[in-house]
Design a protein around this ligand. Sequence first.
Ligand SMILES: Nc1ncnc2c1ncn2[C@@H]1O[C@H](COP(=O)(O)OP(=O)(O)OP(=O)(O)O)[C@@H](O)[C@H]1O
Ligand SMILES: [Mg+2]
Length: 326
Amino acid sequence: MSDFAIVSDAVTKRYNGFEALKGVSLRIPRGVVFGLLGPNGAGKTTLLSIFTTLKRANSGSVIVEGFDVQKEKYSVRKLQGVVFQDSSHDGELTAFENLFFHAKLYGMPSDKSRKKILDVLELVGLSDRKDDFVNTFSGGMRRRMEIARALVHEPKILYLDEPTTGLDPQTRNHLWEYLKNLRGTTTIVLTTHYMDEAEKLCDIIAVIDHGSIIAQGNSDDLKRIVGGEVILVRSSDNIIPVLKRSKFKCSVDKHNGIFEIRVDNAEKSIAKILRVLERAGVKISGVDVHRTTLEDVFLHLTGKSLREESPVDFETKSYTNLGRVN
Ligand SMILES: Nc1ncnc2c1ncn2[C@@H]1O[C@H](COP(=O)(O)OP(=O)(O)OP(=O)(O)O)[C@@H](O)[C@H]1O
Ligand SMILES: [Mg+2]
């Protein structure tokens, strides 16, 4: 058996001539948390819909745990738990009943499912609402029900399409912790446009934009693409010749009156750089460090921010959210 839970090859999807996926090939190892990170409309939900047999690809193939998603739908579906963007609960049933019927559908014995349902309701913080009708729940609570349902039958592969959108920070953290504990036994594929979510949770991140995977790796791999981190120094002296003389391995530039020193690792370099500057008698009025984020990676690869469709204006971008690439 291969080490991969999911193998997709050159998957394409068109909607009325519009190419939503342009040949997506991915190898997702078993037991990892795999994150699909991309802006609105990138193709994340479309790809998940194909992996989970809800949509058919126009071309290419997807094999999930050895089963072909187009030819062996039923076998594929049995393995998976899915949390989609849109809620699909029966509001006329209580939280417990919803989960109980779901577990039955997956052939779980009643005793086992009762215990498991109480566990997952506890996890999503809905234990005290278990006997309430779902149509009395708030949006966030419905979302939490959705997550509970995906987990109740202990799926081998868990798909989460923007799982924490609309959740309060406490539930979000709670869910992250829970998902981390599933690592190793369950393969988790999640989509998100939250970089912190991708960063904290995912072993592997694939960045998707306009239907194509544009980068893939763990968060350190991805950050290396940007090529270094930035130390910002405010000074009325010119530090460029000082640093050049010091032979310190860095590149330095001045933008909007602030010196930007690009280094491999800001944390390791900052003390040395400050020593060099102080020894040369440079007066420093402020120092800041900009560690590379996944947002920078996206910006570097696409020239636009994950959240905005418009190209970023490098010149006017503020230093409080510095995503500058040279
Ligand atoms: N049923 C559909 N019919 C026509 N176009 C569609 C359909 N579903 C998706 N699209 C288009 O395909 C592209 C990818 O959509 P998709 O929902 O996969 O993006 P996404 O990455 O999940 O975005 P979001 O972050 O907003 O959820 C978008 O341009 C979208 O408008
Ligand atoms: Mg989506």
